[in-house]
Design a protein around this ligand. Structure first.
Ligand code: COI
Length: 387
């Protein structure tokens, strides 16, 4: 079997979870691999203060971006942090035609003492390489990936917001920039890291969200790219997301493409079901599901808190019956951008049900964000100091 994020069955022991546990050199040791070229500040204090007011998700960008280029002949080079701005690309760049692209999502959190931290960065570094392998893109040394976070966040430290639930959302991405129209892997690839000071992903914060279960479309298929974080998976979620919008729902939920019965994931986050007996269930990593960093951390936190956590085949039919009978008490979504958010309403062709419970969802939200924002002890050494 080729290595995918789904090659192993226990979420505590996946290659990504193991990668996340490997110690990372201190940020001072990694700093400088992406040296600052160009001016150190772009926005004035007043412009930045204005930009940091009333933050939503992904609309505002910091002063700089990190960049490196890979060529088949030379490997990675040209590492730098430079002013944020438009990038120029040949109209024949392979990514524009064949979508050879991967990305990541990770956050920088400001703690009460002003220090800036991120969460399990090796997980994202390793996952970007899992995605890159599937998309025939080059791998980036994990410590270079983390160094790009260190150098960009140090250059743009003033852009890390300090409001409740706010963070600097970091978006690393890599794409085929070689100009040619043949369908084969590009020999020139660009890596960028941009940063967006952000508030809650859902504008109503921790309020329960509503879900439209798509019975017409799938996000990914067996042997495809579902386990990789690549734009195509998100592109295929956009039309069903429009259906969800038209139904008055916040997010779309996908079923598997083989049986068309089993819950997989939402448009951009994993899903977890809490049974009334305390068990927490989440879909198996079948190869069509993204192995979320938040998902992995929550499984660890719940397991260590003595809960039974299982990867399971969760059918839509079974879930609806279990909500109806009271066997299921809560359902929540989790992801880096969304954090942890309760599902309050599940809708699809021929059904429309409410879910009332939120107790475990709130507990896990508070524990996870407590660790991320430095309010609670971090017994796992998940937090990594950037600045
Ligand atoms: C993330 O959670 O970081 C993602 O990339 C998902 C997307 C909804 C923003």
């Amino acid at each position: 079997m080729t290595e995918t994020a789904a090659s192993v069955t226990s979420s505590l022991e996946t290659p990504l979870a193991r990668a996340a546990a490997v110690p990372v050199p201190q940020a001072d040791e990694l700093a400088g691999r992406f040296p600052l070229t160009g001016p150190a500040r772009i926005a004035s204090d007043a412009e930045r203060a204005q930009a940091l007011t009333d933050l939503h998700f992904g609309h505002v960008f910091s002063d700089h971006m990190a960049h490196a280029r890979w060529t088949r002949q030379e490997g990675w080079g040209g590492h730098e942090v430079r002013p944020y701005g438009e990038i120029s690309l040949s109209p024949a760049a392979a990514v524009l035609h064949y979508g050879q692209e991967v990305f990541e999502g990770i956050k920088a959190y400001r703690h009460a003492d002003g220090s800036i931290w991120t969460f399990r960065p090796r997980y994202n570094a390793a996952r970007m390489n899992v995605s890159a392998r599937r998309l025939a893109l080059p791998e980036m040394p994990e410590e270079d990936f983390i160094a790009s976070l260190v150098d960009l966040v140090r250059a743009d430290a003033d852009w890390v917001p300090e409001g409740d639930g706010e963070s600097l959302y970091l978006r690393p991405f890599m794409f085929a920039s070689e100009a040619f129209l043949g369908v084969h892997a590009a020999g020139v690839v660009d890596y960028y890291l941009i940063a967006s000071p952000s508030g809650a992903y859902f504008t109503h914060g921790l309020q329960p969200i509503s879900i439209w279960v798509s019975q017409n479309y799938h996000r990914a298929g067996r042997g495809g790219t579902g386990f990789a974080k690549t734009g195509g998976n998100y592109a295929s979620s956009l039309l069903p997301q429009q259906e969800a919008d038209a139904q008055g729902c916040d997010q779309v939920c996908f079923l598997d493409d083989v049986t068309e019965k089993n819950l997989e994931e939402l448009g951009g986050m994993n899903i977890m079901v809490v049974d009334a007996d305390g068990t927490v269930r989440t879909p198996h990593l079948t190869g069509t599901i993204l192995e979320g960093n938040t998902r992995s951390a929550i499984i660890r936190l719940l397991t260590d808190a003595g809960r039974r956590v299982v990867e399971d085949t969760i059918t839509l039919e079974g879930l609806l019956a279990d909500i109806e009978s009271g066997k299921v008490s809560e359902v929540f979504a989790c992801g880096t951008a969304a954090v942890v958010v309760p599902l309050g309403h599940l809708k699809g062709e021929g059904f429309d049900v409410r879910i009332e419970g939120q107790e475990v969802t709130h507990q896990i939200h508070d524990r996870l964000t407590g660790i991320q924002y430095g309010r609670l002890e971090d017994p796992y050494n998940w937090m990594y100091r950037l600045a």
